[in-house]
Design a binder for this molecule. Structure first.
Ligand code: ZN
Ligand code: ZN
Length: 330
């Protein structure tokens, strides 16, 4: 056999082994973590009903459901401690709703829905295959599942009651917001805390523009003359919250709360400045989300600095502590 032929054979063998590894390992992992087998025991016996769409409700073991939530709510590439923090927050959020303490009339037949704008996001195995692609699916799924397994049964409590562990994508580096500023009521464990760990690209400013007509329509302001010039005074920030986000603005002699404006215009956050010129209104926002509770990019930053999931959770939810639940039925 010539050196060339032997070289090609070795190359062929190497390609074959590579293909087996790349295709075989994800396939094995997927089979090993199927929804039907093995997970029921890990759910501590608890089941959850989730509305995927109006009239379409599925019943899943709690811990299996949580894998789909963590995978949907946080990038799988995040540090395992950040994923574990997300798993405990998602479990607590879910159990609070299963227990009926925060039930919602939107879906009386299910404890939760899969709409991230209402409850928590959730993705099925099929959705996750599409999101991650065939090659990354097995390892990503196993990583997220291991974060859920490692924290099985663990929840956050305040004075022995489950907390409502709301979270958001990124505070933009400004620190989190006090719940009172967003929902109008004090929640002792949802207070403003500093957060300096969002990566630089999350601390940048994002511009969103609206035509004057669209802007007024979205705010329900009618009969307002579109200012031709000197439009810089169109949106006046009246005051800001303790964290520096917009609390109230005045537009065309009407006062709006920052959170109202964010909702009406679909802004990324209430941490903004405004300019108006050339027939357009432009908002420059920082961060993403309501900014209350755990900052997910901040959690990742803390995990990269060596903090454990327990330290991360107890940092963002001040005064709350972790607790391991007894198995259901005990
Ligand atoms: Zn819901
Ligand atoms: Zn943050």
């Amino acid at each position: 056999m010539s050196t060339w032929t032997r070289g090609y054979k070795i190359l062929g063998l190497a390609v074959l082994i590579y293909c087996l590894v790349m295709l075989g390992i994800p396939a094995l992992l997927v089979r090993g973590c199927g929804f039907d087998r093995g997970m029921v025991e890990e759910s501590n016996g608890r089941m959850v009903r989730v509305q995927l769409a109006p009239g379409r409700v599925v019943t899943l073991p709690l811990e299996t459901y949580l894998i789909g939530v963590v995978a949907a709510e946080m990038p799988a590439k995040f540090d395992i401690e950040a994923l574990k923090a997300q798993a405990v927050a998602a479990r607590t959020y879910t159990l609070l709703r299963i227990n009926g303490k925060a039930s919602d009339r939107k879906h009386p037949d299910a404890a939760l829905c899969a709409d991230p704008g209402h409850c928590q996001a959730w993705l099925s195995l099929g959705d996750l295959r599409k999101r991650w692609g065939l090659f990354a699916f097995g390892s990503n799924y196993e990583k997220v599942a291991s974060a859920v397994r490692a924290t099985a049964g663990e929840v956050l409590v305040y004075r022995d009651e489950l907390i409502d562990p709301v979270y958001h994508a990124s505070c933009g580096g400004r620190g989190t917001e006090d719940a009172r500023e967003v929902w109008g009521r004090d929640i002792p464990y949802l207070k403003r805390v500093p957060c300096r760990w969002d990566p630089p690209e999350r601390q940048g400013v994002v511009a969103t523009s609206f035509s004057m007509k669209d802007f007024f329509t979205r705010l329900g302001i009618t009969g307002q003359a579109v200012p031709a010039s000197n439009a810089g005074d169109l949106v006046q920030v009246l005051d800001r919250t303790g964290s520096g986000r917009v609390r109230r603005v005045e537009i065309a002699s009407q006062v709006f709360r920052g959170v109202e404006l964010r909702k009406a215009l679909g802004l990324r956050s209430t941490d903004f400045t405004v300019s108006a010129a050339g027939g357009k209104v432009t908002f420059y926002t920082r961060g993403y989300g309501h900014a209350v509770g755990m900052c997910q990019y901040g959690a990742q930053g803390l995990a990269l600095r060596g903090q454990t999931y327990r330290q991360i959770l107890e940092y963002y939810y001040r005064g709350a502590v972790m607790k391991k639940l007894p198995e259901a039925g005990n």
